[in-house]
Design a protein. Sequence first.
Length: 347
Amino acid sequence: MQLEIENFTDQFQYFPGTRYMGSKNKIISNLWKHIGKLEFDSFFDAFAGSNVVSYFMKCQGKKVITNDFMSFSYITSKAIIENSTEQIDSKDIKFLLKKNKNNGFIQSTFQDIFYSAEENEFLDRVRRNISLLDNEYKIALALASLVRACVKKRSRGIFTFVGERYNDGRADMRKTIEEHFIESIQIFNKAVFYNDQQNKSKNKRSENITVKADLVYLDPPYFTPKSDNDYVRRYHFVEGLVKNWEGIEIQEHSIVKKFESYKSPFAKKETAYSAFDDLFKKHKDSIIAISYSSNSLPTKKELTEMLCKYKSKVEVYEINHTYSMGNQSHKIGNKNNRVKEYLFIGK
Ligand SMILES: C[S@@+](CC[C@H](N)C(=O)[O-])C[C@H]1O[C@@H](n2cnc3c(N)ncnc32)[C@H](O)[C@@H]1O
């Protein structure tokens, strides 16, 4: 059964948003003002992150292919971009909450780090039950819901510090993790729809993947000498949870029990330039759209010149955007923190 809806664009209100470093949620309509004028049927989101841009494009009826090297981003995409049929019903929920025998990995590894003993017991139990589901899209929906519950139940939604240093008593912190999980399932179920296309989710390094699409959207981590763009450091717990910590070596000496960050050429100055050049070359036959910010390297001028090597027409739009996350969160409201967001379009 495919979930038909009357108007794709109305469906965007059901995007399950959480805080995600670098998310374009707040500027999506500004991006669409420019991207919407271009002619394209297929859209490749090479650094999908929260998947908000891809979900928006799915709601515009485009054929969407997403990619991100973080597994928890990929699983979210699989749940609401690739999946157009499956939902989690009340029988599944009952099954997911069932008592079971599990290895107690989270309870023993993350004791007194992020969650209470009771919450860790819940996570071990549900994670085990998810692995017993026999449908890949139900698994993706359940995992994405569990990730959302973990992020909601965590102060600031990140995993870089022990305990609840920033617990401000907001409603999200007062709900139980189980309540968050069930609510998240309902939210994710509503986000599932069919847009007349076969959409696809991928989980590779963007430098190692070849996807053909009319429009390729590049929103890599922004390199700045000051800020932190390490997604694993921030989100290692939910990334490990999705992978069930399989193939992952926890750094036992780290107080938050994180693991080694994935290498990304975009995170370092020495490699960011050639990484961009390689991507532009690989996608030279598509329209290329890039989101980048004014405090990052390469600079606006450099990036424009690099894109001009492969594209005959390059336009740059400025979109004002104040970051509310990252190392500079204490400066919210400060004018110096007004980073300009650029949208480059190479045709
Ligand atoms: C700025 S965020 C993307 C935000 C996204 N457009 C949104 O609106 O939520 C950058 C993303 O690139 C991913 N990433 C970083 N290096 C990567 C690489 N080499 N290959 C694939 N994904 C990568 C990160 O995991 C992160 O999700």
